[in-house]
Design a protein around this ligand. Structure first.
Ligand SMILES: Nc1ncnc2c1ncn2[C@@H]1O[C@H](COP(=O)(O)OP(=O)(O)O)[C@@H](O)[C@H]1O
Ligand SMILES: [Mg+2]
Length: 155
């Protein structure tokens, strides 16, 4: 597990750039959890910028999935906020396809969902701390595959 406090958007940018550098060759599947406004989309935008995505990255809340193909590796950005629990179950099999091959997939989950998925991934949790307006970003590898990415964030 890796945990980092980001007191400014610049801190989050440095973290997202470091993350992008660790996943840009092999790809990654990331689940993002956290309250609305915590900083999930902000992280995705900064990581996409670091990867060289030229298009404007917007929150996919209304379309569920946005995809970007202007960098060396494709980036897929899901936001499941608008799906009910039953909808999340139906999308699980589809998500598996996005966890395979050289691509980077970010999935923003609704707070109420458990996000139990049958494949390897990184789970990122963002917490907002209103005492100092900071964000705590936490990364956990589920399975062996992404352990070295989480370890790499420590350096
Ligand atoms: N350190 C920080 N890390 C991430 N976002 C920050 C930070 N400081 C301020 N913000 C702002 O907080 C908001 C986070 O919103 P967003 O990323 O859309 O949240 P979420 O996707 O988790 O609902 C953005 O407007 C962002 O600019
Ligand atoms: Mg969001």
């Amino acid at each position: 597990m890796y945990k980092q406090k980001c007191v400014s958007l610049e801190d989050t940018k440095a973290l997202a750039y470091k993350f992008a550098n660790l996943v840009k060759e092999e790809g990654c599947f990331v689940n993002l959890f956290g309250e609305i406004g915590a900083g999930k989309t902000a992280f995705v935008k900064l990581a996409a910028e670091a990867l060289g995505i030229k298009e404007k990255v917007t929150s996919p809340s209304f379309v569920i999935l946005n995809e970007y193909h202007s960098a060396a590796i494709p980036v897929y950005h899901f936001d499941l906020y608008r799906l009910e629990n039953v909808g999340i179950k139906t999308i699980t099999d589809e998500l598996r396809e996005y966890s395979e091959g050289k691509k980077i997939t970010f999935v923003e989950w609704a707070e109420f969902s458990q996000g139990e998925l049958p494949f390897e991934r990184i789970e990122m949790n963002v917490k907002y701390d209103d005492t100092d307006d900071s964000r705590i970003y936490e990364f956990q590898a589920v399975g062996e595959k992404y352990k070295k990415v989480v370890e790499g964030l420590k350096n």
